[in-house]
Design a protein around this ligand. Structure first.
Ligand code: PBG
Length: 346
C-alpha cells in the first residue's frame, strides 16, 4: 500500500475503493490543468468547425436575426468580409445559404448562374481563392414560393423524382460557380446518385458531396426559418425523418454511401448524439454533425438571461459532438470558437 492513501485513511476503515495493490483514484488525473490537458480524450480544432453563412439578395446592409443573436443575413460585400475573417480565424470551411428576392414554384433562382447563392459562391471563390473550402446548400426550400425542399405535383405533394432533376441542375450551377462541396439537404430518395451522375456527366468529377444522410423533421430549425425568410406552411414530415427513428438513419446512411457520398452528416446535433455515434461506428467516410439554429438560440438566449455561462456552454456542446465521434461540426459559432481556441490552445 502506498503511503499517501494510507495517510489519508489512517484511523478509519479502508473504503471500498481501497484495493490490495493501492487505491484506485481517478481524481489523480484531474488534479491540475496541466494533467487534465495531458489526459484529455477530446480536443477541439478550428479546422473541424464549419461556418454556415446566409447571404440575401437586395440587401444594402447586413440584417441581424432576432432569433439568432449575433448571426446576420449578409450582403455580398459583408459576406466576403466576414468570410475572410472566418478563414483567418482558421475555420475548416464555409457553408453558404442564399435567400433570393424572387421565388417561384420550381425554385428557378437556385440554378440561375445569376441567382444569389451562385453569385455568392463565385464572389467567395474570387476573394479567398483556395484558402478555404466553399460549400453550398443544395436544396430548393430557399428558392420555392411554397417553401418546400422539392417541387410539387398536381396534388400538392413533394414530387421526389421531378425534384431530382432540379437538384441536378442546381448542382451544375454550384459546381460551375466554384463550390468545392455540395450539401444536398432535401432528403429526397436517390438525390446523391442523381447529383453525382449529373456532375460526372459534365466533367465535375472532383466535386465533393456532403450527404445530409439523416436529417430529422425537427422543431429546432425554428430560427433558420427566419434566417432564410422561409415560405413554408406545414411541415416536412413526408421527406425528413421522424425524430424517434434511429435505425432508419443507418438505412439512409448506407444508401448515401452506395450512391457516392464523400462525407455524411447527422442533423440536428445534440438531441441526436446517439444517432451520430451509431453513424460513426458504421461509416467508412467522415461523419459530420450540424449544430442547428435552435441549438444556437437555446444557448444564446439562456446565456443572455444569465442562466448559463456562454462560452463554457458553447465549448462543452462542441466537445460533446467530438466525443460522440463527429469529425467536424457545422456551427454558427465556428469563427468565434476558432479564435477562442487560438487564444487557449487545447
Ligand atoms: C434546408 C435546410 C434547413 C436547415 C439547413 N438546410 C431547414 C429545414 O430543413 O427546414 C436548417 C439549419 C438550421 O436550423 O440551422 N435547406
Amino acid at each position: 500500500m502506498t503511503s499517501a492513501p494510507a495517510r489519508r485513511t489512517a484511523g478509519r476503515e479502508a473504503p471500498a475503493y481501497q484495493l490490495a495493490h493501492g487505491a484506485v483514484r481517478p481524481r489523480r488525473l484531474r488534479r491540475t490543468p496541466a494533467i487534465r490537458r495531458m489526459v484529455a480524450e477530446t480536443r477541439l480544432h478550428p479546422a473541424e468547425l464549419i461556418l454556415p453563412m446566409f447571404v440575401k439578395e437586395g440587401l444594402s446592409e447586413p440584417a441581424p436575426l432576432s432569433s439568432m443573436p449575433g448571426v446576420v443575413q449578409h450582403t455580398l460585400d459583408s459576406l466576403a468580409e466576414a468570410a475572410k475573417e472566418a478563414v483567418d480565424a482558421g475555420v475548416g470551411g464555409i457553408m453558404l445559404f442564399g435567400i433570393p428576392e424572387v421565388r417561384d414554384a420550381i425554385g428557378s433562382a437556385g440554378d440561375d448562374p445569376e441567382g444569389i447563392l451562385n453569385r455568392a459562391i463565385r464572389r467567395l471563390r474570387e476573394e479567398v481563392g483556395e484558402d478555404t473550402v466553399i460549400m453550398a446548400d443544395l436544396c430548393l426550400d430557399e428558392f420555392t414560393s411554397h417553401g418546400h425542399c422539392g417541387v410539387l405535383d398536381e396534388t400538392g405533394a413533394v414530387d421526389n423524382d421531378a425534384t431530382l432533376d432540379r437538384y441536378a441542375a442546381m448542382a451544375l450551377a454550384q459546381a460551375e460557380a466554384g463550390a468545392d462541396v455540395l450539401g444536398p439537404s432535401g432528403m429526397m430518395d436517390g438525390q446523391i446518385a442523381a447529383i453525382r451522375h449529373a456532375l460526372d456527366a459534365a466533367g465535375h468529377t472532383d466535386v465533393i458531396l456532403l450527404a445530409y444522410s439523416a436529417k430529422y423533421s425537427s422543431a429546432f430549425y425554428g430560427p433558420f426559418r427566419e434566417a432564410v425568410d422561409s415560405q413554408l406552411s406545414g411541415d416536412r414530415r413526408t421527406y425528413q425523418q421522424d425524430p424517434g427513428n434511429g435505425r432508419e438513419a443507418l438505412r439512409e446512411l448506407e444508401l448515401d454511401l452506395a450512391e457516392g457520398a464523400d462525407i455524411v452528416m447527422i442533423k440536428p446535433g445534440l438531441p441526436y448524439l446517439d444517432v451520430l455515434a451509431e453513424a460513426v461506428a458504421a461509416s467508412p467516410v467522415p461523419v459530420w454533425a450540424y449544430q442547428i439554429s435552435g441549438e444556437y438560440a437555446m444557448i444564446e438566449f439562456a446565456a443572455a438571461a444569465g442562466a448559463i455561462d456562454r462560452m463554457p456552454a458553447i465549448l462543452e456542446s462542441l466537445t460533446a459532438f467530438k466525443r460522440a465521434g463527429a469529425d467536424s461540426v457545422l456551427t454558427y459559432w465556428a469563427a468565434e470558437v476558432a479564435r477562442e481556441l487560438r487564444r487557449e490552445p487545447a
